[in-house]
Design a protein around this ligand. Structure first.
Ligand code: E4P
Length: 216
């Protein structure tokens, strides 16, 4: 399973990239806005640091604007994936950009039918938002199971990019289902690294070694 970081925060991107953990990045207009500054500089920097796919999202809501923005976003790097919303214009843009060889991530997916249609339109990634479904009392992970079954039944090449992840158990469940990618907020990736028994184990090893009063 690939791990993407769901952020536009350069410090976090560098931190986890230096550990060799990142296969890609996803951003959205809210994440860009949270970082402030000039988004053009931020997008240029992210695509320079990360070798894998970087999803950059259009903000236009109609077809021709999405195409124009998608092509501009692609100029930041060959690894840019254009993120379009799951709307009729978004799917039309997905089809056009994909047929020109520009990869597309269809975002804001909340139902198996939306995922099926995004795959039909030629999307490289489909992004179901599981945390936002959990937030309204629906089972986000069930959606991942349904999409996985549909894509497997028909051999769709579109990858399931599990988005809106809230905690480490979401990652375990997505991996058990066989999702292709999880995109994680830095806080979730931080939590995945930690275990209290690792900390106490290390503490004990180091205090035992000190008793030897020797170097390595
Ligand atoms: C995915 O690409 C989105 O950026 C993201 O996962 C949305 O998550 P949220 O529901 O935490 O805003």
């Amino acid at each position: 399973m690939k791990i993407f970081l769901d952020t536009a925060n350069l410090e976090s991107i560098k931190k986890f990239n230096d550990m060799g953990l990142l296969d890609g990045i996803t951003t959205n207009p809210s994440l860009m806005s949270k970082e402030g500054g000039n988004p053009k500089d931020v997008m240029a920097e992210i695509t320079k640091i990360i070798k894998g796919d970087v999803s950059l999202e259009v903000v236009s809501t109609e077809y021709s604007g999405m195409i124009e923005e998608g092509k501009r976003l692609r100029q930041y790097g060959k690894n840019v994936v254009v993120k379009v919303p799951m709307t009729p214009d978004g799917l039309k843009a997905c089809k056009s950009l994909s047929s020109e060889g520009i990869p597309v991530n269809v975002t804001l997916v909340f139902s198996p039918n939306q995922a099926l249609l995004a795959a039909k339109s030629g999307a490289k990634y489909v992004s179901p938002f599981i945390g936002r479904l959990d937030d309204i009392g629906q089972d986000g992970m069930h959606l991942i199971k349904e999409i996985k079954q549909i894509f497997t039944n028909y051999n769709f090449g579109t990858q399931i990019l599990v988005a809106s992840i809230r905690h480490p158990m979401h990652v375990v469940d997505a991996a058990k289902i066989g999702a292709d990618v999880v995109t994680l907020p830095p806080t979730v990736l931080d939590k995945m690294l930690q275990h209290p028994l690792t900390d106490t184990g290390l503490e004990n090893f180091l205090s035992d070694w000190k008793k030897l009063k020797a170097g390595i």
